[in-house]
Design a protein around this ligand. Structure first.
Ligand code: NAP
Length: 254
């Protein structure tokens, strides 16, 4: 049995930011398995080379640049398009978490998390969309979060960035949709990665996640791949500004 042609993204070129590990690497693997040429991104070239060696096929490339640095992003996207080819798919995935009570949160950390989780999507998205809108097609998927909708004590700044990323997704859709670029978001629930390691290792918190999630478990990075492939495919050509939550049902229940 073959997949429906609406889901065929073979031959496309995709950039996944923050893909040296965790969710980004799993999403990049999914795109590679679906027949895309995939560009991995992160700040550490050695880590990227190691990650690239783990992916299947011979169409995996790397591009090391800091997604919070405007000039580096402009040069990075120009270099990717010249070296690898025109981007059909961009996944804005790079991000970070800083957990601290809001009263103790420093100015520096506030700006750091905003830069990493929100400004990055603006900078990389704008640079890619300048080219995609000119060509009249493209898919951008912003990795939002369960925390685009809900929050718990100690992560207010993170939730603020992810809530804003949801609205940036809708705004990108408004500006770039008329030029053939579909922009949507993917909202993971609690997924086991380096970013959530302290929570996974906290048995009490971990048990709370399992109890609170209708699926009864933590998410795995692979759980997110199907939703990404859908949003990156022609099957989602009439979808814009939507956030697809892949959270084991957590945002649906009290
Ligand atoms: P992770 O394991 O910490 O990986 C983060 C990735 O981003 C790494 O590859 C890191 O590489 C890269 N990165 C960080 N800052 C960067 C920068 N300034 N420039 C370029 N690359 C940068 O995190 P994750 O759990 O996979 O999370 C990925 C995304 O999913 C994030 O946006 C996160 O907010 C979101 N998310 C995660 C969860 C979860 O439960 N894990 C849930 C909802 C949403 P280098 O450090 O080498 O640069």
């Amino acid at each position: 049995m073959t997949a429906h042609p609406l889901f065929d993204i073979g031959g496309r070129t995709a950039l996944v930011t923050g893909s040296s590990r965790g969710i980004g690497l799993a999403l990049a693997r999914g795109l590679a398995e679906a027949g895309c040429t995939v560009v991995l991104n992160g700040r550490d070239p050695d880590r990227l080379a190691e990650a690239a060696s783990e992916l299947p096929g011979d169409r995996v490339r790397t591009a090391a640049f800091d997604v919070t640095d405007g000039p580096a992003v402009a040069a990075g996207i120009a270099d990717v398009e010249e070296r690898v080819g025109p981007l059909d798919i961009l996944v804005n995935n790079a991000g970070m978490q800083l957990r601290a009570p809001l009263l103790e949160f420093t100015d520096a950390d506030w700006h750091r998390i905003l830069d990493a989780n929100l400004t990055s999507a603006f900078l990389v998205g704008r640079e890619a969309a300048r080219r995609m809108t000119e060509r009249g097609h493209g898919k951008i998927v912003n990795i939002c979060s369960l925390q685009s909708e809900v929050v718990r004590p100690g992560i207010a700044p993170y939730a603020a960035t992810k809530g804003a990323l949801k609205m940036l997704t809708k705004g990108m859709c408004a500006d770039w949709g008329p030029h053939g670029v579909q922009v949507n978001g993917l909202g993971p629930g609690y997924i086991e990665t380096e970013l959530t390691r302290p929570l996974v290792d906290d048995e009490e918190f971990s048990a709370w996640v399992r109890r609170r999630t209708p699926a009864g478990r933590w998410g795995r990075t692979e759980d997110l791949v199907g939703a990404l492939l859908f949003l990156a495919s022609p099957a989602a050509d009439f979808m814009g500004g939507q956030i697809l939550y892949v959270d084991g049902g957590m945002t649906s229940v009290l």
